[in-house]
Ligand binder design. Structure first.
Ligand code: KMH
Ligand code: ZN
Length: 279
């Protein structure tokens, strides 16, 4: 893929599992807030939403009914590709994380290894990765391989060698940089990971946690990658200015991509890029 040959897939990760509503009231945590966020972010240029949901107390949950209701509502109100997080929060047990696919999303995250995550551990043992991958293929859900470290790139190589290609035949990767415990959010680290990607990878995006988000976005665009932005990864829009709404981050990503002659993909183009099943 030559850097300038394709438009840009913009993923929004609006909520995550880490920030507390009490600390960040503008974080979308209710279903109404999520739908409003999705509609506004789609209008601003996003084509994929990476979703973590919250319960009535605004705490992270993997409740099946709430997951399914969220997927249904987003499908009804937007044309976004709906990706459910299987990473959940660092406190979610592995067996519960495997049940996320019961909600029949278009896509699911699949992290290719365990990583230190601040003071916690984000657990992704090899047997869990394999089981999740097999389930994604059986249920015709397109995985997005989340790579937090160079070791995760090597594990993706191993997974593809052992299990073959994902449902749809496309291999989309998201390089998550700047997590305390993972690869740093620097152009050098990102480009090292990109250089190691298996030849089967058909598209990749990148995100930088916190203040690394802008240099990582600029590097990804220059190197032919796609973008992930959102309040899961970054709560500060600019020095001294908090993110007021996720669509501000999406609009800036779209502007940057357009300046780089790689304007946002349409949702139809994004679905084709990822080979998601029409549901
Ligand atoms: N919340 C993190 C522990 C994913 O969504 O798959 C894991 C995470 C990755 O956000
Ligand atoms: Zn996530």
């Amino acid at each position: 893929m030559s850097p300038s040959s394709v438009g840009t897939l913009i993923t929004v990760a609006p909520t995550g599992a880490e920030s507390r509503k009490a600390d960040v009231p503008q974080l979308p945590t209710t279903l109404d807030e999520l739908v409003d966020t999705a509609v506004r972010c789609e209008a601003a240029g996003a084509t994929l939403i990476h979703l973590h949901i919250r319960n009535a107390e605004h705490r992270p949950t993997l409740d099946h009914g709430l997951l399914r209701a969220s997927v249904t509502a987003l499908r009804e109100q937007t044309d976004l590709v709906v990706q459910l997080s299987t990473g959940g929060s660092v406190h979610d047990p592995l067996d519960l994380r495997l049940t996320v696919l019961d909600a029949e999303p278009d896509s699911c995250s699949l992290t290719c290894g365990t990583t230190n995550f601040g003071a916690e551990v984000f657990l992704n043992p090899w047997p869990f990765m394999v089981e999740l991958y097999r389930q994604s293929i059986a249920r015709e859900v397109v995985p997005e391989f989340e790579l937090f470290d160079l070791g995760h790139v090597a594990s993706l190589r191993r997974l593809l060698d052992q299990e073959g290609l994902p449902y749809g035949g496309k291999v989309h990767v998201d390089l998550v940089t700047g997590v305390p415990g993972g690869m740093p959010g620097t152009p050098a680290a990102l480009l090292a990971a990109v250089a190691m990607l298996p030849a089967e990878v058909t598209s990749w995006s990148a995100t930088g946690i916190g203040r690394t988000h802008l240099p990582i976005a600029a590097t990804a665009l220059a190197a032919g990658g796609h973008l992930r932005v959102g309040m899961e990864d970054n709560l500060v829009f600019a020095r001294g200015r908090a993110v007021g709404h996720n669509d501000e981050l999406v609009a800036r990503a779209a502007e940057l991509a357009t300046l780089m002659q790689r304007p946002p993909l349409t949702t139809g183009e994004a679905r084709e890029l990822l080979a998601v099943k029409r549901r």
